[in-house]
Design a protein around this ligand. Structure first.
Ligand code: GTP
Length: 246
């Protein structure tokens, strides 16, 4: 009996980078890493991988430490961003653990060297890992201060020649206003990179959007809340906003 995905056709992307925020790992808590939540994400990724899609992952660090917030309290910005980068490494290791718990092979590669803990980022090696069906988790953003993990995700998506960057958020796309506070807010199905930049739609920082525009990689904003959401977005089902060149 064919699975739903087989009856519904082929996935629309072959290789994707999934970006999730650090806050998404908090679950019902207020801080830190909730392992049952990580396991839920791992199940989502496993289901998506069953479609034959190569997946790499970038996770933010805001559930543990936010560089900008640290800088706001008077800490030197580069120093604060270094702490933020380390937070992303913690999240990457937690997700690696969750994925391995359910039998998914993963490799963590960091943008700052942490050789005793994970691999350094080596682009060609990361590609081989993905070709072998491993989920590669990129940690430590770009490895530089002043850049967000969204920009780190955009950079890795470009380097890995991903067909799309998928950003899992709290809401199922980009809205004309905050849908939580404004009942008249409407969701855009499609936007251009230019729309996002010109109208300052705060889905992703401008550096990340510019890089995606330059490399012509579509950004898909969707909600990770529902079970099967990642599979759905790969199959072109459900709600999302696609940001592309036209
Ligand atoms: P193949 O060469 O395709 O077999 O990939 P592989 O990742 O299995 O090969 P390798 O023998 O390089 O790695 C074996 C294990 O060591 C994997 O879990 C890697 O993530 C890990 N590993 C490799 N390089 C490093 C490193 O520099 N630091 C750390 N901490 N682990 C590493």
């Amino acid at each position: 009996m064919p699975t739903e995905s087989e009856t519904a056709g082929e996935p629309r992307f072959q290789r994707v980078l999934l970006k999730i925020s650090g806050e998404a790992l908090v679950g019902d808590g207020e801080y830190g890493i909730d392992m049952p939540t990580c396991l839920n994400f791992a199940e989502e990724i496993a289901a998506a991988q069953e479609l034959g899609v190569e997946i790499c992952l970038v996770i933010g660090g805001g559930n543990i430490f936010r560089g900008l917030a640290g800088a706001a309290t008077g800490m030197e910005r580069s120093q604060a961003d270094s702490m933020g980068m380390m937070a992303t490494i913690m999240n990457a290791l937690a997700m690696q653990s969750a994925l391995e718990t359910i039998g998914i092979q993963t490799r963590v590669q960091s943008g700052v060297r942490m050789d005793e803990i994970c691999e350094p980022f080596i682009r060609r090696r990361a590609i081989r890992h993905m070709e072998k069906g491993r989920i590669v988790i990129f940690a430590a953003g770009t490895g530089n201060p002043y850049f967000t993990t969204d920009t780190g995700a955009a950079l890795r998506a470009a380097e890995m020649h991903c067909d799309a960057m998928l950003k899992g958020t709290q809401v199922d796309g980009v809205y004309s206003a905050d849908p939580k506070t404004n009942p008249d807010a409407t969701r855009y199905d499609r936007l251009t990179y230019q729309d996002v930049l010109e109208r300052n739609l705060r889905v992703m920082d401008a550096t990340a959007v510019s890089l995606m525009r330059e490399t012509n990689i579509p950004i898909v904003i969707f909600s990770l809340h529902n079970k099967g959401a990642l599979q759905d977005v790969l199959m072109g089902r459900g709600n999302s906003t696609v940001i592309s060149g036209n």
